[in-house]
Ligand binder design. Sequence first.
Ligand SMILES: C[S@@+](CC[C@H](N)C(=O)[O-])C[C@H]1O[C@@H](n2cnc3c(N)ncnc32)[C@H](O)[C@@H]1O
Length: 354
Amino acid sequence: MKKTLKIKEQKILSKIFKKSENIYNKTKKLPKTKFIYSYLISELILINLEIENIIFKKNYNPINDTIKILDYLIYKIDLIKKNNIHSDKTGIKKQLFKKEISHEELFQRLWTNYNFNQYIKDRVWRYRKRIKINNLKKIIKNKKVVDFGCGHGNFLIAAAMEGCSFGYGIDYGKDSINFANKIKNKLKLNKKLKFETKNIYKSNLKSSSFDVAIQNGVFHHLNKPDKAYKELHRVLRKGGYAWLYTDGGGGIRDIIADMSQKILKDISIDFKVKKIRTTYLNNSKQYHLSDNTNAKYQHYSLENYLKYLKKIGFTNFTQLNGGTKTDFDKPFLEDKYFKLKFGSGDLRILCQKK
Ligand SMILES: C[S@@+](CC[C@H](N)C(=O)[O-])C[C@H]1O[C@@H](n2cnc3c(N)ncnc32)[C@H](O)[C@@H]1O
């Protein structure tokens, strides 16, 4: 019974994936004008929002609505193409997507869009909440924590507020690090925290020198994840804890986000980020949609991810809870259609260095 359900789910997912590929191929033939891409970005934002509405309706079968949304997109693409004759024909600036170079530019544009109040309310609270609901205060208190790919520093700021003795954050985004340092100074956390511009692959940190290491939504964006995981493992002391968050994916949500990323990948980042800022969505939605429709993700199943982590040298795995309305960690979100909607879901893993 379970097996036939699995086959049925896979068939539906591959049908939706095929449709998304057809849409991508259709957009490849569109004239590269600002008119076309301006409308296309708006439509992609709208369908990603609507998919979110559908998949977070508990126990609601998402299949018919997803097909309807993709058909709507096909119709809108035809309309946009047809009406390009009325445009001023200004060409769009192309920018070839090169994973790590593009991510460096994208993320610092996004992380620096927060004002102080939004940063504390939108960002720091969610990490303080995650530390609390997962009972992690005891592993952080009076401990040395390193954050690989810290962005604008939100996780370490939260860790400092929850009592870590020292936090060290690295990110290759210079603007994000400057932003993190300004916040650190404003909150008078100078003695507890240090943020530096560095590449993850080369942290230059002493081996076995940290009690806790974090990679929160970072290594699934890399060209060489093995190298990064080995670096994180190296700087952690034996028995030290790793908080790892990586994209599981493989469900409808990911098919739609991946399709959007592919459609927009070679368009200037400046154009895309500015366009999304004119949607008047709240800051948190602007961040997530800019990330999901522009960054490239590697997806893992829980099984493969744990096997992989064991090989790197980690043990004692626990799956953690994201804890916000839009997180989808399987053990904490009961839904009949979970696999179809989210695939493996978010993978937040706490483990220890062997
Ligand atoms: C999705 S963001 C996550 C940021 C942060 N960990 C958080 O949870 O808010 C990914 C971050 O990884 C950083 N990053 C990606 N590749 C990197 C690399 N090779 N070296 C350093 N930082 C990197 C990006 O600049 C970006 O800030």
